[in-house]
Design a protein around this ligand. Structure first.
Ligand code: ANZ
Ligand code: ZN
Length: 827
């Protein structure tokens, strides 16, 4: 027997698979397609880590399995190479991002190959390739054409460390998703994508995804945050002077009689417009300034002490009965939710209750069921509510809204801040032209005949927004020496005069390029479509290719992307669907999240903790097959699991055991094997297939281990049996199995074979004959399956005519059951 030399075997097969394109997907094929996707990695300087390896190997196992099951599998990979991680690495190591990205990609690709993955390298894509980002820019212009990309000046999230604006989705618990720095607010001119126009469709679409985990759908649903309620108008007065009105959004119109004050958000325009009438304006102004330094979490968390200041001299009038209540500014009311103004009902809302207690404001109970110790927030029967008293909350909500307000649906989702003040991103394909603005007579909107776009002028900038004509795409990122972020709110591109100055494609006059770049989520918002048609130079992805491959059947990825990439890509896809540019409404049929791989100490891997383990060390020392198998054996795919560097040796020994089994293989095609072994083999074939199909990799492996242990005990096995075992193991340990398959005398790779099938009739164990004893005498025999229980045997026996004769009319005192042998009735 030759030695199990993993290094030799693994590099041999990696070379063979690549040269023979064993794992390529075929655009033309009679077989049913399976599009299996992993979230493409960003090529960082430290290489791919355990967090990549887990989903990538899972996807690879599933791909190899379906290939053996005869499907036309596409398992593609590419590089999500724009964005902060690549750029930060480049800055830190003083190399241009383009250079470092190239190097990092080469390294990561080497890693992926060394893991024995079967990616289709002919479809490799790279978001920083101008031939790729040409289409990212083109797609952006489609949003612009439909009015779903717009520019506005607003108070946005700003990461002071990364020196760029961020989308709401990138702020996790008040911190930058990338670097963990507490996010500030900054007023900046920004590009936005109007994802809010798709709030309803994004929610609706979730219902058509039965194969997504509930947790993922719920998280998206909560993020979109649909609230049904109503708006009411409260008139404002100052010493009997009418000052106009404010509108409040509430989900509890049934509590309108319980309003004891009204609160405006500090950023709300209402406050500014009341400036002259407010008696304590300077105090208010200070408060507004102070709010700027607080995060949303600090402002709104229940239990945090609430602050606020009364607008002296202003009153609000409750529309139900004309009662006047005080008006406050308080930072627990956010500017960008609902109307930015709240009717406060301390008896029935927790935050209002805390606030009212602190400032000694009246608390008026209008829904029965609570006590005065805390707010009673549930529904109930109305109290103190005029003609509505006695109604149930539900009914009261309807009636009060009908009479005094308007039904309203509000979403938590905000428009997507789509520009970054960073160098390493797709340039936004826009120029700003003063000439065109002059020509349009300073109108805020004109229609471009050529491309049918309504151009919108930037607030106050006195320029027209002109999209770069499609024929001039891509707008290439200029090669520069200085690409560090400026921190001023300008992108580093703004300093490159030569690149910024450009002739306007509309009027021919002097214009300036947009210098912000797209966020790192841009390229990934459509990449799976490009895999279907990666070389197309005239279309981002042709409909013919989409027809072959979309939707993605299985999408492996992290839970942390649920309200980032996974939401963004559904949004792009829905939008493109509406434009007739993609064929499927929902891009990903099944989503499979994975648990994090923790360090050996059970903590999240991190450099500072010193518990980072590198997959490549294990691949080198133990082999890719062992590492893959161990990774998949760690525990349920969706669970967090700790990497135990000592336990991997057990997995290696298991593979060595399989290796040794080749000695037992008989020369002849078949030998007679025991019935038990045959049953076990068929059971294992069934189990491994079912487990892989439902991502229970660890239990698939355990059943393989049981089978191999049994085989170890026998003297000889047939080639056929060994072949089946190799196939079952091959998705997990591809190199060794292909090697042993060849050693059996096969001329072709195991992956050109098909998955073993099991025989349903072979699954049932053999039968046994059980003695039926009645009152101490043998009266009958009954034939049943081996190992069946008393519950199964008893009714069978009672139905036997030979037994009935002796049992009918008698009282059975006791039944003794001996498995596989005897059932005895004591009368
Ligand atoms: C009166 C009221 C009475 C409310 C009551 C609740 C309970 P969701 O469910 O999250 O949509 N609200 C409205 N706009 C707000 C803003 N800009 N900032 C902070 N809070 C705001 O929450 C809707 C409720 O949150 C609204 O219903 C409003 O308080 C508050 F017994 O109005 B409610
Ligand atoms: Zn112009």
């Amino acid at each position: 027997m030759k030695k199990y030399d993993h290094k030799k075997i693994e590099s041999k097969w990696q070379k063979f698979w690549a040269e023979n394109k064993i794992f390529s997907a075929h655009d033309k094929s009679d077989a049913e397609k399976k599009f299996i996707l992993i979230e493409f990695p960003y090529p960082s300087g430290t290489g791919l880590h355990m967090g990549h390896m887990r989903p990538f190997i899972a996807g690879d196992v599933v791909s190899k399995y379906w290939k053996l099951k005869g499907k036309n599998v596409m398992y593609p990979v590419g590089w999500d190479a724009f964005g902060l991680p690549a750029e930060n690495f480049a800055i830190k190591n003083k190399v241009h991002p383009e250079v470092s990205t190239k190097k990092n990609i080469a390294n990561a690709k080497k890693q992926l190959l060394s893991w024995g993955t079967g990616f289709d390298w002919d479809r490799e894509i790279n978001t920083t390739d101008p031939e790729y980002y040409r289409w990212t820019q083109w797609l952006f212009l489609q949003f612009l054409k439909k009015g779903l990309a717009y520019e506005a000046t607003g108070l946005i999230n700003w990461c002071p460390k990364d020196k760029t604006g961020l989308a709401n989705e990138e702020v996790i618990d008040g911190k930058c998703e990338r670097c963990g720095t507490v996010v500030e607010k900054k007023e900046l001119r920004q590009w936005y994508l109007k994802i809010t126009d798709y709030a309803e469709k994004l929610l609706e679409g979730l219902k058509a995804l039965p194969e997504w985990p509930l947790a993922v759908k719920t998280q998206q649903e909560n993020w979109i945050g649909r609230s049904e309620g109503a708006e009411f108008e409260f008139k404002l007065t100052a010493k009997n002077l009418q000052l106009g009105a404010i509108r409040v959004f509430t989900t509890r119109p049934d509590t309108l009689f319980g309003v004891t004050y009204v609160v405006l958000s500090p950023e709300s325009n209402y406050v500014q417009s009341l400036k002259d009438k407010i008696l304590n304006w300077s105090e208010i102004e200070t408060y507004i300034e102070d709010t700027k330094n607080k995060t949303e979490i600090e402002r709104t968390a229940e239990g945090k002490e609430k602050t606020g200041i009364e607008l002296k001299g202003i009153k609000a009038v409750n529309p139900v009965h004309g009662e006047e209540v005080s008006v406050f500014v308080a930072d627990y009311v956010l500017a960008h939710y609902g109307t930015g103004a709240v009717m406060a009902v301390p008896a029935h809302d927790g935050r209002d209750f805390e606030f009212a207690k602190k400032y000694n404001l009246p608390i008026k109970e209008v829904v029965s069921g609570g006590d005065s110790a805390k707010a009673f927030t549930a529904d109930g029967e109305l109290l103190n509510s005029g003609e509505y008293t006695g109604l149930k909350s539900d009914e009261a909500r309807q009636k009060i809204t009908e009479k005094f307000g308007q039904k309203k649906v509000t979403y938590k989702l905000r428009d997507w801040v789509f520009s970054r003040q960073r160098y390493w991103g797709e340039p936004i394909p826009i120029i700003h032209c003063r000439g065109c603005w002059e020509i349009s007579n300073h109108k805020s909107q004109i229609t471009n005949k050529k491309e049918g776009i309504d151009y919108v002028v930037v607030d106050g900038s006195e320029h027209m927004i002109v999209p770069v004509p499609e024929k001039d795409l891509p707008v290439k990122l200029p090669k520069v020496k200085e690409y560090e972020p400026t921190g001023t709110g300008d992108s580093p591109l703004a300093a490159i005069e030569k690149w910024v100055k450009v002739k306007c494609s509309e009027c021919g006059g002097d214009a300036r390029r947009e210098t912000n770049t797209m966020p790192q989520w841009a390229g990934s918002s459509w990449y799976w479509l490009r895999y279907t048609d990666p070389k197309n130079t005239t279309n981002f992805s042709s409909q013919e290719s989409q027809k072959v491959w979309t939707p993605v059947d299985i999408y492996f990825g992290g839970m942390e992307h649920t309200t980032l990439h996974l939401l963004y890509s559904r949004f792009w896809n829905l939008f493109l669907y509406d434009q007739g540019l993609v064929l499927e409404k929902e891009p990903f049929t099944k989503r499979v999240p994975h648990g994090m791989i923790l360090g050996p100490d059970g903590e999240k891997m991190s450099k500072s903790r010193g518990n980072v383990v590198n997959p490549d060390d294990f691949v080198t020392d133990f082999g890719a097959d062992t590492t893959r198998l161990y990774m998949m054996f760690l525990g349920p795919h969706e669970n967090r699991v700790a990497w135990n560097s000592d336990a991997i040796i057990g997995t290696r020994r298991f593979l060595e055991k399989v290796w040794r089994i080749q000695e037992k293989v008989n020369e002849k095609k078949t030998v007679s094997e025991s019935k038990e072994l045959e049953i076990l083999l068929h059971k294992t074939i069934k189990k491994v297939g079912e487990d892989i199909e439902s991502f229970r990799f660890n239990t698939a492996i355990s059943s393989l281990m049981i089978l191999v242990n049994e085989i170890e005990k026998v003297e000889v096995i047939s080639q056929e049996t060994f072949g089946s075992i190799l196939k079952l193991l091959s998705p997990f340990a591809p190199h060794m199995t292909d090697e042993l398959w060849a050693d059996l005398g096969n001329k072709e790779s195991l992956y050109l074979e098909s998955w073993p099938s099991y025989d349903e009739s072979k699954l049932v164990s053999e039968t046994v004959s059980i003695v039926v004893q009645i009152a101490g005498k043998v009266r009958a025999h009954v034939v049943v399956g081996r190992d069946v229980t008393e519950e199964v045997v008893l009714p069978l026996v009672k139905d036997l005519p030979e037994a009935k004769k002796w049992l009918d009319g008698k009282e059975i005192k006791r039944v003794v059951f001996v498995k596989n042998k005897l059932i005895s009735f004591v009368l």
